[in-house]
Design a protein around this ligand. Structure first.
Ligand code: HEM
Ligand code: HEM
Length: 178
């Protein structure tokens, strides 16, 4: 299988990023769901929440790399035609935008906070003496935007598996699988 994308299929690197990140997003949404649904002292909540920041930063770095790889491959990627194709492209663009904005809001807030930010034990931003208010403001939407991302992912899976694979049987799913 080629490393790069071709007009008929996504290549190895796009697939590794797509499926690897799909698994990591599942773990990230599990952590967010536990944070939302379970009481504070719950052991499962603490375990799932313990990796939320490190995994969130990892996903942020991966989506930037994936975006660059997508742009490099833009001319040879599988095409989307017709009205449904345009809707699929708009859906993918929304997924990319939220995959950047959701972790981005919290990373921005941490950069302007009096607590700083560490990634896997390394200091990324040292704590500030005074918080910067405009850097905190967008993070109020972090959770809501995160849940909107989860809903669009569900719609994306329903379209890929339900519509394309089970109803239309048009081989679109195979562009990412075989
Ligand atoms: C793509 C990556 C991420 C996703 C999908 C995501 C998703 C979410 C969601 C859905 C919630 C709401 C949970 C609830 O309702 O209780 C949440 C909360 C939170 N997340 Fe993330 N997150 C990501 C990355 C990050 C990063 C990078 C940080 C820190 C730098 C972070 C810090 C927090 C904090 C502190 C909360 C609790 C306060 C709040 O709801 O804003 N997250 N996250
Ligand atoms: C069971 C889960 C999933 C299935 C079955 C699935 C299926 C697919 C398929 C078949 C394609 C190719 C579509 C085409 O060429 O029109 C695709 C592309 C895409 N998927 Fe998924 N997907 C899943 C999970 C996810 C998740 C969790 C995300 C992001 C959070 C995501 C984001 C994307 C994006 C942005 C594309 C556009 C191509 C790219 O830039 O990689 N997918 N998906």
């Amino acid at each position: 299988m080629p490393l790069q994308d071709t007009p008929s299929r996504y290549g190895l690197i796009s697939r590794a990023l797509h499926w690897g990140m799909a698994l990591l997003f599942l773990a990230q949404f599990a952590s967010a769901a536990a944070h939302w649904a379970l009481p504070r002292e719950n052991a499962l909540r603490e375990t799932l929440w313990s990796y939320h920041v490190d995994l969130g930063i990892t996903l942020f770095v991966l989506v930037l790399l994936r975006g660059i790889w997508g742009l490099i491959n833009l001319q040879r990627r599988p095409a989307h035609s017709g009205a449904l194709g345009a809707a699929a492209q708009a859906g993918h663009a929304a997924l990319y935008a939220l995959m950047i904005v959701v972790p981005g809001t919290r990373i921005l807030a941490a950069a302007g906070s009096d607590r700083g930010l560490s990634y896997l034990g390394m200091t990324i931003f040292a704590p500030r003496e005074a918080e910067i208010a405009w850097m905190q403001a967008p993070s109020e939407w972090h959770g809501e935007l995160g849940w909107i991302l989860a809903l669009i992912v569900l719609g994306h899976i329903a379209m890929a598996v339900g519509w394309h694979h089970l109803i239309q049987r048009d081989g679109q799913l195979q562009r990412m699988t075989s």
